[in-house]
Design a protein around this ligand. Structure first.
Ligand SMILES: [Zn+2]
Length: 207
């Protein structure tokens, strides 16, 4: 029997704790003396390394890349565990790449957003595949929700938030606004089923 690879996905909401869990799992592999490399997608064409920080202070150095091809090219041969942060920002080539790496005996741990602001599966940057295609390739999937920050006179809702709402000047963003807006003026807030404003344009809601 050869080396046993696997693909583990950590999906969920912004503010849901995916990064913390990714770093925790990667650190654990390092304790087991596995050769680990962490990648992160960089929006702004920067290359080099960057500290990936989770909201509760865990940190790790990551290699910044912009495409699945870059990731493949930058992967040290001896790497046994591949971590990928912000996997939803990659092109669709990330799906066959994660498949190939796991099939060839690597452990791949990928963290990313499950849904976009429309409440639909997060599309990769070229729109050919979405995060659901990566889910179908995974051995293990964990979901990390945030809590709903909707506020009324009585305080904050606090329920499990499986959606993220985008706002422009406190108005819910139009359905046809772009999926990714680097450096935009929009704001995001985690929302529960009751407080997320669903879009009727969502094709899954049409009967
Ligand atoms: Zn709520």
């Amino acid at each position: 029997m050869g080396k046993e690879g696997r693909l583990e996905l950590l999906v969920g909401n912004m503010f849901g704790g995916k990064s913390t869990e990714l770093i925790r799992r990667i650190n654990r592999y390092e304790v087991l003396r596995k050769k680990v490399t962490l990648f992160k997608h960089s929006f702004d064409q920067r290359y080099g390394t960057e500290e990936v920080c989770s909201h509760d202070g865990l940190k790790r150095e990551a290699i910044l890349v912009n495409t699945s091809q870059d990731l493949e090219r930058s992967l040290p041969l001896e790497t046994e565990v591949v971590g990928i942060e912000e996997v939803q920002f990659f092109d669709s080539g990330i799906v066959p790449l994660c498949y190939a790496l796991s099939k060839l005996g690597r452990t791949v741990l990928a963290a990313g957003l499950l849904k976009d602001f429309r409440g639909e599966l997060f599309p990769f940057s070229d729109g050919k595949r979405n995060i659901g295609d990566l889910i179908s390739m995974a051995d293990k999937i964990d979901q990390f929700n945030a809590y709903c920050t909707y506020e009324n006179g009585q305080g904050i809702c606090g329920r499990d938030a499986a959606w993220i709402q985008r706002f422009y000047d406190s108005e819910v963003a139009p359905y046809d606004s772009p999926t990714i807006l680097p450096g935009g003026k929009e704001a995001y807030a985690p929302r529960c089923r009751e407080h997320f404003v669903f879009y009727l344009e969502n094709r899954h809601l049409r009967l």
